[in-house]
Write a protein that binds this ligand. Structure first.
Ligand code: GAL
Length: 466
């Protein structure tokens, strides 16, 4: 049984659905720049055109019977040059309408301030690698709390700092496309934590009393298990894998105010092996800045998949995060794979990860802010396998609450509608609704799995009301 106020949601992000990349005074973001680089084929210039077709999204949300909708704000739509010196009123109007329409239907918005799309003007000033980004983000966050906080009660400052840092600054496969292995990602992650903490402190001191909301940030993690449970080296590799993904951010926020010792030790060991004695790669938190510890009002988890892990032989690699982590990921042949090669379908991993979070991070309130399953290749509207996946996953969440005592308050499917899946463009379809990208109207049609999710929601709502 789920509590009667359980949040049943679905999620999207501005760049992935809105389009209108130059509409009504919006400034460019790093994803606009990245997708317009030569050689790239797909862009989010139009995407689902939710900037013009928001009412269609609202219909989808209503058809599912969602209680909550998670969306992100485009920083560059609100503040075209990234600063509060120049506010784009058309952007403010757009999000006001979205929020007001949701509330008119008694659907609560959960709002992400930053979902991968930094204003290009701020990238030109050093982006997330520059220390000053924390103050700039804080001003943007205050502007959003001030403008929308009378109606928005669930805030996420940053979506998946791990992904922004690693895929954007180490691997170069996400905007801004930097490949600076072993250094930049740690700096970016650090600045994201500093930025988040400043925004949380602003909310806490200036808005909490009046607005009564809660602020966190969304952390992604796979669940990891040792490939050979009796090998100490594999068990230690699992420890490092968790430390380098979830722990990297959750440890400073929930446990010590600093990075996990496992992470510091692993990086230190590789520095030694490589003979590196330059600037510390993993920064330290300054005592003169607002503390990071305690700045998450709930735990927001994005979970997709699981991995078996074995101790990795990495001596051939230069300085990089993979070498620091020294763990090789292996797929269990029993796991089925859905549309994306990385997405092994392991609903049971979610329950285990929820238990790990409960035990490691002091039994926090948890929202599952993303979870999903995609298809690629020929379109399948009758996607029974995906419907089954939602059913099974939600049963795992139910057991985590009922049998294990994890304090889960909400579940959000990624995603409401098919959209621009970053480096994979429109080829991966994560939606509960199909979107026809070949037509200007971008018609939305519910998948069978969308109907299944709607059925699940209505069943649990009914049970909870008895
Ligand atoms: C997450 C991301 C989403 C979505 C999802 C599916 O990492 O936050 O924007 O793309 O993955 O891959």
């Amino acid at each position: 049984m789920f509590p009667s106020d359980f949040a049943w949601g679905a999620a999207t992000a501005a760049y992935q659905i809105e389009g209108g990349w130059q509409a009504d005074g919006k400034g460019p973001s790093i994803w606009d720049t990245f997708c317009h680089e030569e050689g790239r084929v797909q862009t989010g210039d139009v995407a689902c055109n939710s900037y013009e077709l928001w009412e269609k999204d609202l219909q989808c949300i209503r058809q599912l019977g969602l209680t909550h909708y998670r969306l992100s704000l485009s920083w560059a739509r609100l503040l075209p040059d990234g600063t509060t010196g120049n506010v784009n009123q058309k952007g403010v109007q757009y999000y006001n309408k979205v929020i007001d329409d949701l509330l008119a239907w008694e659907i609560s918005p959960m709002v992400t301030l930053y979902h991968f799309d930094l204003p290009q003007a701020l990238q030109d000033r050093g982006g997330w690698k520059a220390s000053c980004i924390a103050g700039l983000f804080d001003s943007y966050a205050r502007f959003c709390f001030q403008t929308f906080g009378d109606r928005v009660k669930l805030w996420l400052t940053i979506n998946e700092p791990y992904v922004c840092a690693k895929l954007g600054h180490e691997d170069g496969v996400h905007a801004p496309g930097l490949k600076e292995p072993g250094t930049a990602a740690y700096v970016v992650g650090h600045n994201m934590l500093r930025a988040h903490a400043r925004a949380w402190h602003s909310y806490n001191s200036l808005y909490r009393l009046k607005q009564g909301g809660a602020v966190s940030l969304a952390l992604n993690s796979d669940w990891f298990e040792p490939l050979r449970p009796n090998h100490d080296a594999d068990v230690a590799a699992v420890d490092r894998s968790l430390a380098f993904t979830l722990g990297w951010f959750a440890w400073p926020l929930f446990v010590t105010g600093d990075y996990p010792h496992t992470m510091r030790a692993a990086i230190g060991a590789q520095n030694k092996k490589l003979g590196y004695d330059g600037n510390p790669r993993l920064p330290t938190f300054s005592k003169d800045e607002p503390p990071v510890l305690g700045t998450a009002d709930f735990f927001a988890l994005n979970y997709y998949t699981s991995r078996k892990v074995k101790h990795g032989c990495v001596s051939e690699l230069g300085m990089c995060m993979k070498r620091d982590r020294e763990a090789e990921e292996v797929l269990d042949p029993d796991w089925s794979i859905c549309g994306a090669p990385w997405l092994a379908v392991v609903p049971g991993g979610l329950r285990k990860l929820l238990n790990y979070i409960k035990d490691t991070f002091r039994n926090p309130v948890v929202y599952i802010t993303e979870n999903g399953f995609c298809q690629a290749g020929p379109l399948v509207m009758e996607d029974a396998q995906r419907g089954h996946f939602y059913k099974e996953t939600i049963q795992e969440v139910e057991k985590a609450i009922g049998e294990d005592g994890v304090d889960v308050r909400g579940y959000f499917v990624w995603s409401l509608i098919d959209n621009f899946e970053w480096a994979d463009g429109f080829d991966l379809r994560f939606g509960l609704f199909h979107v026809d990208f070949s037509h200007v109207e971008r018609r939305r049609t519910i998948y069978r799995s969308g109907l299944e999710y709607a059925r699940i929601i209505s069943k649990y709502k009914e049970l909870a009301s008895k």
